[in-house]
Design a protein around this ligand. Structure first.
Ligand SMILES: [Zn+2]
Length: 355
């Protein structure tokens, strides 16, 4: 506390800290750690299952500036595990709903919602000057991209992933600890070779376990307690009642990692990865248009109205035609429900959206 700034300022500060008193009584945090948290910033990439638990926890903990990024909208089968959303949010952009909910929890937050697909063209500007990045994604392609960008920019990030009743998490401190690529030098498993949440499902409780650890790691980092950060890959099998901590502390010194040793950012350069993807367990395809001409959704709605059912707001347009639902975003990206065939999705896009 600054004793020299007069009576008003300390009183205001102590009022501000009062809502966090259970947290500040925990001595490694204290008032000073809380003030650090209030001044800190975090990016949450993906506001689905992991991301909504992380966002909720960090907002309540008083992390002052949060950026919520998500490419998707709320669906009914998200509600089993995506704790920020209700039935009335179905069809709305996740990042926008998440922001509204967080401000209801803590109106002192500086909270921004970004509805976009994170890719190699935008990730560096999205995370620029933030203190930490949290992985709320559901795919390795985006995680490797986060890893490249965070290692390059020296921003700590916390990896998390869940499948079935199992999950794992690791904190990456660029230049200090092993990065994701140190761990998986052959890159992510090729599509179709591993179980996905489509085939294996996923249980709510493992999401809460992994996302809680990710949140705690962020709280350690942002409250000035970097020394307490985990140096292990933490793995949990909640159904089999097993957990393990795999020490990766000296892994970086043992492997010749192109990312964190040689500064080769394969994912960030666009050499690896794709723009379009079949979405996990959704009977849906996402189409991304690389050069991103912006779309006027209101104009598109007028054009599509005679052809099918259209609903539109400033964040997305939804168009139902035959057995398909096409959701279009202002950045020209689309999610096509009703098919897992990329060719069919592309045909529908060019037929109705027409870019
Ligand atoms: Zn590495």
């Amino acid at each position: 506390m600054n004793q020299e700034s007069g009576d008003r300022e300390p009183q205001h500060e102590s009022l501000r800290l009062r809502r966090y008193q259970k947290q500040t009584r925990f001595s490694p945090i204290g008032d000073q750690g809380q003030i650090c948290l209030l001044r800190a910033s975090a990016v949450i990439v993906g506001c689905g299952a992991l991301g909504s638990v992380i966002a909720n926890t960090l907002a309540r903990a008083g992390v002052g500036h949060l950026k919520l990024i998500d490419r998707d909208f709320v669906e009914l089968d998200n509600l089993q595990r995506q704790v920020l959303y209700n039935e009335s949010d179905v069809g709305q952009a996740k990042a926008v709903v998440a922001r509204e909910r967080l401000l209801e929890i803590n109106r002192e937050l500086d909270c921004e919602a970004v509805v976009t697909d994170v890719d190699f063209t935008n990730i560096e500007s999205l995370i620029d000057s933030f203190d930490v990045v949290l992985d709320g994604t559901d795919n390795f392609e985006t995680r490797f991209l986060i890893n490249d960008a965070c290692v390059k920019k020296r921003i700590p990030w916390v990896y998390g992933g869940c499948l079935g009743a199992e999950g794992q998490t690791m904190t990456i401190l660029p230049g200090t600890t092993a990065c994701l690529n140190c761990l998986m030098l052959d890159g992510p498993p090729p599509p179709g070779t591993t179980a996905t949440c489509d085939s294996a499902g996923v249980l709510g409780p493992i999401i809460n376990v992994i996302a809680s650890i990710q949140s705690l790691e962020a709280i350690k980092l942002l409250s000035g307690n970097e020394a307490a950060v985990s140096k292990s890959l933490q793995v949990f099998d909640m159904w089999g009642n097993r957990s393990s901590q795999i020490n990766v502390g000296n892994l970086r010194s043992r492997v010749d990692c192109p990312t964190c040793k040689r500064g080769e950012y394969q994912w960030l350069s666009g050499d690896a990865g794709s723009h379009s993807a079949i979405l996990c367990g959704r009977n849906a395809v996402q189409l991304s248009i690389p050069d991103r001409p912006a779309l006027d959704l209101q104009k598109l709605a007028l054009r599509l109205n005679p052809l099918g059912t259209v609903s539109v707001n400033s964040f997305l347009l939804r168009f139902q035609i035959d057995a398909f639902t096409i959701t279009v975003f202002p950045d020209s990206r689309a999610i096509i429900n009703g098919t897992e065939d990329l060719a069919i999705a592309k045909r529908l896009y060019s037929q109705y959206v027409g870019v």
